[in-house]
Design a protein around this ligand. Structure first.
Ligand code: ADP
Ligand code: MG
Length: 456
């Protein structure tokens, strides 16, 4: 043991860790940021580049590291962790001087030709697999997403990922597109939202260019359609989409779709499309759990160049909800507050920033719009008098949100709904309150709406 070279021992630990962790986690916490400083009597001292790194690694990876070390050395090791400027210097000299991101998107510039294929495909450089942080809630979607990028039109065709607002669906679709193009620079890929698809189609019909439209979509090797829930209820779009889908599928081309809910819950989606959508692989992305929220906050804080101590990261992660977009927003606010007050980031800064975030209240009209689009209903129907179940529930939820989230009076709310009786509003608010308490699915929907309303 004493004779073991520290560098090569750590090298083998890193190799195993790299296999066990996602690319982003590995790069964020380990690569170039850790080393063995000392080995004595079975005690291995692991040096970490920063206090951040140290706490993070100690809390999350201690067990895994020990397991690997025990296996490699054949003895029962004990671990200690320390912050060492030595590691940091090594890291700094290795990195390119101007690099601000902790997680490089590209080891090198993608180059003009790849950049061009990204552009044609509407794929951004910024959403990659390597900066997609993996936790329990998204690991299935991540794994099948990678498989699709590596082996398109293989086992998972189509791939449909679904989940609520801000859980990373768009990021994942983009990463699939990016990784696919890096591997197949000459292939044709296209990322598109279902709304753009609809607009394209309408325009093509108006300009009598349907042949061009068909060519554009049906000659692709990879088609990524984001937010397919928006085509529900649109007949001619569904028709076109159905044919596009079939043709690509028949030619063994990969299709990837995202949806904001389980497609079986889309009441206005044609049965035949529903069947197609779920005919391959379906992966759900759940809201991030606390651990993933912490990991994301840490990684993004680093990326923003913010120095926030770990307990404060925890405070943010505990206080903030289920949307990753919300976490990003909170960090930006923290940065802004710190800059404005010219202070170091502390408990107060975080509290102020969270307060600002929660205050970012929306007008009643915005709340109604949001709810309407969530349930794929026109706002007029939401405000209307229809008694059908499909309309009543969203209407009650909208009333509930107006009451709870923006603190409007019952009378005020009633006025928003074509002057209904305010007792109807009271009844609705109580009803939804009850449902939220007793039905986790409804609680989830309401949570999702709330986070969507207050963080966009
Ligand atoms: P959705 O499409 O599901 O509403 P997005 O993909 O737009 O959500 O994600 C919202 C934001 O959160 C984006 O900036 C995205 O980069 C970021 N994000 C989502 N998931 C992750 C993740 N696992 N790791 C890092 N960033 C993430
Ligand atoms: Mg999205």
């Amino acid at each position: 043991m004493m004779d073991l070279d520290k560098v090569s021992l750590w090298g083998s630990v890193l190799t195993e860790l790299q296999l066990a962790l996602s690319g982003a986690n590995f790069q964020t916490w380990f690569r170039g940021k850790t080393a063995i400083l000392n080995i004595e009597n079975g005690v291995v001292e692991v040096g970490c580049a920063s206090a951040y790194n140290k706490i993070w690694i100690e809390e999350r990876y201690q067990g895994t590291i020990k397991e690997i070390l025990d296996r490699v050395t054949g003895i029962n090791t004990a671990l200690t962790f320390s912050v060492s400027s030595q590691v940091q210097t090594q890291e700094k000299t290795r990195k390119k001087p101007k690099e601000a991101l902790s997680v490089p998107l590209f080891e090198e510039d993608p180059g003009p030709s790849l950049q061009k294929s990204f552009k044609v495909a509407a794929v951004s450089q910024h959403y990659s697999f390597s900066n997609f942080i993996v936790g329990q809630s998204n690991q299935l979607a991540y794994a099948v997403g990678k498989a699709v990028a590596d082996y398109p039109a293989g086992r998972y065709n189509p791939l449909l990922v679904y989940g609520g607002v801000g859980v990373g669906k768009t990021h994942l679709l983009q990463a699939i597109g990016q990784s696919f193009l890096i591997r197949n620079p000459d292939a044709k890929a296209l990322y598109i939202s279902s709304e753009t698809f609809t607009n394209d189609m309408v325009e093509a019909i108006q300009k009598k260019q349907t042949i061009i439209f068909r060519e554009k979509y049906r000659n692709l090797d990879l088609l990524l359609v984001d937010d397919v829930q928006f085509i529900a209820g649109r007949e001619s779009t569904q028709e076109q989409f159905f044919h596009t889908f079939n043709e690509l599928h028949a030619k063994s081309k990969q299709i990837v779709l995202s949806c904001d809910r389980d497609p079986s819950e889309l009441s206005n989606l044609e049965e035949r499309l529903k069947n197609r959508f779920v005919g391959g692989m379906v992966a759900k992305i759940d809201p991030p759990d606390l651990e993933l929220r912490e990991a994301i906050l840490l990684a993004k804080a680093k990326r923003l160049g913010l120095s926030i101590e770990f307990p404060l990261i925890k405070l943010l992660a505990v206080q903030l909800g289920s949307s990753i977009r919300e976490l990003e927003g909170a960090l930006l606010r923290v940065a802004a507050v710190a800059r404005l007050t010219n202070t170091k980031i502390d408990r107060e800064t975080i509290k102020t920033a969270i307060g600002l975030q929660k205050q970012g209240k929306k007008t009643a009209a915005q709340v109604l719009e949001r709810v309407a689009s969530y349930f794929s209903l026109p706002v007029a129907v939401l405000k209307g008098t229809s008694r059908s179940r499909e309309h009543v529930f969203p209407r009650q939820v909208a009333m509930y949100l107006l009451r709870k989230a923006s603190n409007k009076s019952f009378y005020e709310i009633a006025r928003r709904f074509n002057d209904k009786d305010h007792t109807t509003v009271i009844y609705s608010v109580n009803k939804v309150e009850n449902m939220v308490e007793n039905d986790t699915e409804i609680a989830r929907i309401v949570e999702e709406l709330k986070s969507g309303i207050f963080n966009n």
